[in-house]
Design a protein around this ligand. Structure first.
Ligand SMILES: Cc1cc2nc3c(=O)[nH]c(=O)nc-3n(C[C@H](O)[C@H](O)[C@H](O)COP(=O)(O)OP(=O)(O)OC[C@H]3O[C@@H](n4cnc5c(N)ncnc54)[C@H](O)[C@@H]3O)c2cc1C
Length: 493
């Protein structure tokens, strides 16, 4: 008999953990509260449009390739990727719109145009970022972060210095660039995914390598194709997926979980892996005596932002937009401050507009456009309809100004999504969209532990534990936790 593992949640982390364990011979069942898989990367259809609900940037294609390769497969066996060129468009203050080209020679020329000498400095910046990517993604992110001893290898200590763990991103990027537009360009990936550049270690310039060197990709059919590919692979490995199965309790006896309780009854398990939001799994599914952390601990964590989203079906083509569009036409620092330092609804937010129908005709009816708008906002804010509407018009004014024509009168489908929806759909702590921020104090061993310290056979995975938020890290998180389970609870034959 193989060991019986229950995985809570079918996000990227839960799916990766389940599939990796099934490959090793465990009997694995995924229990998902929602009616379909993917967690924050779910999809829905309305009025002929197909909306990806969460992630839209496909970065780090190597991570996805490595994942499928572990099972003897290729990404191309499950979905077709195309590289976007331009990678994206940025609209700076003063309505200056610039395409970020995929080719490095054109990118260098663009930097040079903004700041003399910055083309060569970009090469050096990316050379260092490439090293961080190689070591950070190749080694560090695969560490379970359970003990300092993992970092005791002298080669890693040397690496840690070159990885810039102790210098802030803010300081680091200013050694290379001075022009405010270039600074915004290299600082946006961390701002959108978790923290101000002052609080983020310069290690995360590896994100710039992912962005500017490895490129922005898109799976034809939409981001949900990744989920569908992963579900197919999971089933090929023997994983059972059950939807509409909300876990209500992780049952513990004498320091070990015996299984979970759902509305349908008790489900026994030898090991439980919680891929639901860590805070929810710990604080709501476990009795107080079995929790490693308390509410005060969680309240002190720096959460990554929430988002106000709009899914819009527009029955005409939109001018002057690309697949990805970053509206940096307002004060970058002010918006960051209103997310992280003085959390409140932003006065003049930056926002992001995604139009996948520019690349992919299958996600919108002919002659129409699939428009996804995202404003990063502080977690834990009330999000009544009136507030959502206020921001809808505020950013629509700017979008219409940029496009040079009206859009609102062509909207045939509209749905908003914010804090309350994240809480209701995913049990998201404080309505966060992207989990825990990647600050220095919340890196590696300083993140909530991927193994319970009180319940011997209970593990956690996903964007609130190692290695952090984002699709590739969640994918890695599932694989890391599977390895820990295998070490400590080898499969029974
Ligand atoms: C709007 C948005 C945009 C994003 N953009 C990008 C992007 O462009 N690129 C990128 O790389 N990343 C992006 N991200 C981040 C990325 O989507 C997440 O980091 C990743 O999807 C998290 O995966 P996860 O498995 O940790 O969690 P989740 O996807 O949240 O999965 C957890 C699952 O657990 C289930 N669950 C919760 N409670 C229970 C329960 N009691 N019982 C059973 N099941 C339960 C939930 O329903 C959910 O399916 C974005 C996220 C959002 C929200």
């Amino acid at each position: 008999m193989s060991s019986n593992v229950l995985v809570i949640g079918s996000g990227f982390a839960g799916l990766a953990a389940a599939t990796s364990l099934a490959q090793r011979g465990y009997r694995v069942t995924v229990l998902e509260k929602n009616e379909g898989p993917g967690g924050r990367a779910r999809v829905f259809q309305a009025e002929g449009f197909t909306f990806d609900m969460g992630p839209s940037w496909y970065w780090m294609p190597d991570i996805f390739e490595q994942y499928f390769a572990r099972f003897g497969k290729k990404v191309a066996d499950y979905y077709e990727l195309v590289r976007l060129d331009p990678s994206y468009q940025v609209i700076f203050k003063g309505a200056e719109a610039v395409d970020i080209p995929a080719a490095m020679s054109e990118l260098r020329a663009l930097f040079e145009r903004y700041e003399s000498g910055s083309g060569a400095r970009l090469d050096e910046f990316l050379r260092q970022a490439a090293y961080k990517y190689k070591v950070g993604i190749g080694k560090f992110v695969h560490m379970p972060g359970r003990s300092l001893l993992e970092f005791a290898d002298p080669r890693l200590v040397v690496d840690a210095v070159r990885l810039d763990l102790l210098q802030s991103m803010h300081k680091h990027v200013r050694k290379f660039f001075k022009d405010s537009r270039l600074l915004e360009l290299v600082e946006f990936p961390i701002l959108f995914l978790g923290a101000t550049s002052e609080n983020t270690p310069a290690l995360y310039s590896l994100m710039n390598y992912a962005d500017l060197a490895l490129g922005t990709w898109y799976p034809l059919g939409g981001m949900h194709q990744i989920v569908e590919g992963m579900v197919k692979l999971a089933q090929e490995q023997g994983v059972t997926l059950e939807y509409n199965q909300e876990v209500q309790q992780i049952v513990v006896e004498n320091g070990r979980t015996t299984g979970v309780q759902t509305a349908a009854g008790f489900r026994p398990a030898d090991v439980v892996v919680a891929g639901a939001d860590y805070h929810h799994a710990e604080q709501h599914l476990l009795a107080p005596e079995w929790r490693t952390y308390d509410e005060a601990y969680w309240d002190k964590r720096t959460m990554a932002p929430s988002s106000l989203l709009f899914y819009l079906g527009v029955n005409k083509k939109l001018d002057k937009l690309r697949h990805h569009n970053l509206f940096f036409d307002e004060d970058f620092a002010l918006h960051a401050e209103e997310i992280y330092e003085q959390p409140k609804w932003p006065s003049r937010p930056l926002f992001y507009a995604c139009v996948p129908s520019i690349t992919d005709s299958t996600v919108a009816p002919a002659g129409s456009e699939n428009l996804f708008l995202l404003i990063p906002v502080a977690p834990n804010l009330p999000d009544p309809e009136a507030t959502r509407e206020h921001y809808y018009h505020l950013i629509m004014d700017r979008l219409e100004r940029h496009c040079g024509h009206s859009i609102r009168d062509a909207v045939v489908y509209k749905r908003s999504y914010a804090h309350q929806d994240f809480q209701q759909d995913y049990h998201s702590y404080k309505g966060n969209a992207y989990g825990l921020a990647n600050t220095l104090r919340q890196t590696a061993i300083l993140k909530p532990s991927l193994k319970s310290k009180k319940v011997g056979n209970l593990y956690f995975t996903g964007q609130l534990t190692v290695p952090g938020p984002g699709v590739p890290p969640s994918l890695i998180s599932g694989q890391v936790v599977a390895k820990e389970v295998e070490k400590e609870f080898p499969v029974k034959n």
